[in-house]
Design a protein around this ligand. Structure first.
Ligand code: GMT
Length: 380
């Protein structure tokens, strides 16, 4: 198959999912063309069947705002035409599904043998639960989703939410996030010894959170939970990632007098190594359609304490792989953490369960679902 993939290249889980999907599809023999305004960050090593097409922005004094959606459509038209693509897979509906729709319309009578490009849209989360709800976007979102030839959502929650919010009359396939369980696994060399000593003393527990520090992630709640846990259990907190709330979070740590026990690491590439020294992952989000970073932690055998919002209960099984609590209930989340750290046998079982749960979302299996879905939309 010849597949075009459009995503946000540098920021957030949807870009990670799109890029890892494209890489694996290419390794399986498909030809994959990424179309975006920058090279996707996870596209760092050479793979033969992968091509990258940068959307060029035309500037003109009259255009006070860049015309990205139109520029993207134009690039899609060019790439589809000259590389004979079968489908465009748009990740994150705004504006990618709309641009893909426009490209398909432009291409309608333009290709050899009357071949029609198919458009598949994958809904990731905030495109539906936050940005798309902007009143001026609502009709365009509904239209772009319904006009796609195929639509997938990363959780049952997101599917239901899309149908009820936008009154969508179209079938939506649930294809969850996936994980490379060979790459994301606990590295025993890192778990003990020198590497761990960089982060914590042997007797201390390590709590971890990974995100883009946006308000929906509730990073201040992570810090409050940690402060409560530390009153009972010697522990450290590692915060990986960066974003708009980082300074506020650093300020909160100083205010609570816990800064010396918290490590702000910023953006990091070597997540499996860092996750390997963690004992507990915290995800108290206000919105989370799936929770890819929790899945990454679980794959490294780290139990999760999360909020109960969105698709999180579909991933983090309460009382098996971790615990869930209502979002904002930091006391309950802290109590769960203390309870888990106090029961060695239960903790070990949760570690094992977390890894087994992650294996359910194994990359090979889930990417197979995407291939089947592509075949269905292409009528194969
Ligand atoms: O909001 C983010 O964390 C980024 C966002 C994105 O689209 O880049 O992530 C969403 O998509 C991920 C991949 O499908 C999901 O795992 C995240 O749960 C989802 N985030 C939210 O719904 C807040």
């Amino acid at each position: 198959m010849k597949i075009g993939i459009t995503c946000y290249p540098t920021y957030g889980g949807s870009g990670v999912v799109a890029t890892e999907l494209g890489k694996t599809l290419a390794l399986k023999g498909h030809e994959v063309h990424f179309i975006s305004y920058a090279m996707p960050t996870r596209l760092s090593s050479y793979i033969g069947n992968i091509f990258y097409h940068e959307v060029e922005m035309y500037s003109y004094p009259l255009f006070e705002f860049p015309l990205y959606s139109i520029a993207l459509s134009s690039k899609m038209v060019e790439v589809v035409k000259f590389n004979d693509l079968d489908l465009i897979h748009a990740h994150y509906a705004i504006p990618h599904a709309t641009s893909a729709y426009l490209a398909r319309e432009i291409l309608k009578n333009e290709r050899k043998n009357n071949k029609q490009i198919k458009v598949i849209t994958t809904l990731h989360g905030t495109d539906i639960t936050l940005v798309g709800l902007e009143p001026s976007f609502l009709s365009t979102m509904k239209f772009s989703i319904e006009q796609s030839d195929g639509v997938t959502a990363v959780s049952q929650f997101l599917k239901d939410k899309t149908i009820s919010t936008y009154k969508i009359e179209k079938d939506i396939e649930v294809i969850p996030n996936f994980i490379d369980t060979d790459k994301y696994k606990r590295n025993p060399e890192k778990t003990t010894g020198c590497f761990r000593k960089n982060f914590a003393e042997a007797k201390e527990k390590v709590l971890i959170h990974v995100s883009n520090f946006r308000p929906v992630k509730r990073v201040p709640d992570v810090i409050k939970i940690f402060a409560l846990v530390r009153e009972k259990i010697p522990s450290r907190l590692i915060l990986v990632g960066d974003g708009p709330e980082r300074s506020e979070c650093e300020r909160l740590c100083r205010e609570l007098g816990i800064m010396e026990h918290v490590k702000f690491m910023g953006k990091q590439d070597s997540l499996p190594e860092i996750l390997s020294i963690a004992d507990l992952f915290l995800m108290p989000s206000q919105q989370e359609s799936f929770g890819l970073s929790a899945l990454e932690a679980m794959s490294c055998g780290v139990p999760v304490i999360s909020s109960s919002v969105g698709g999180l209960p579909e991933l983090n099984l309460h009382g098996e792989t971790g615990y869930i609590a209502e979002f904002g209930d930091v006391e309950r989340m802290a109590r769960y953490a203390v309870e888990l750290f106090s029961e060695e046998k239960k903790y070990k079982l949760f570690q094992k369960n977390a890894r087994e749960r992650a294996e359910f979302f194994n990359e090979d299996k889930i990417i197979g679902y995407y291939e089947e879905f592509y075949d269905k939309i292409l009528g194969k």
